[in-house]
Design a protein around this ligand. Sequence first.
Ligand code: PEP
Length: 234
Amino acid sequence: MIIAANLKTNLTRSATHDYMKELQRCVQNSTQEVIVFPATSSLDCYDTTVTIGAQNAYPVEKGAFTGEIGLEHLQEFKIKTILIGHSERRHILGESQEFIAKKFHYFKEQGFRIVYCVGEPLEIRESSKDEMLTYIHKQFEGIDTEYNNLIIAYEPVWAIGTGKVPTFEDIREIHSELKKKSSAPLLYGGSVKVNNVKDILQVENVDGVLVGSAALYVDHFCTMIGYADELEHI
Ligand code: PEP
């Protein structure tokens, strides 16, 4: 399974080093694929077997893009994994589908592992199922869903950081729809916690989880990885 942590705008570089040291201790005997997305200023060369990914980068090698980082900055730390389409970038930072697709295309051309996020806001969830699926399908415009280095994360916007989680049946249903669209591994994200991760990981077509707030506590994240290992040995 794939167990990923999005640390967002949290943990300084020094705190991330402590985090990664602790995490390394717990992944040593794990068979899970673990990915951590630190804050941009915390990107570094970490002494770890965990994959380090970028939460964002501009689709350019380098240049005049104030406040952004480019490919060159990722290459310095041998980073080959990137998160694209996260709802906070779509809704807070205003990234359009067109720009997201441009970013996807650029990092695909560079051979990056791309964790591509999709998910609907509450008003769409509360409309009909058809509207919800149409909304989510639009988030795939311009995206190569058969890219062989792709991971998809389904993250309902209303579940992110809110403590609210769709029912397991809802997750099963939407994941089975998304599996028709792509054969890529499919993660669930949105208020995954120590107390629900085991059940979520057992839902059909859930290939892993993308964890935000709960992953800030390295012991919680380690517990989740341990649960995934236990499930694989049942
Ligand atoms: C996320 O933002 O990717 C996420 C899943 O956050 P949280 O776990 O805090 O809902």
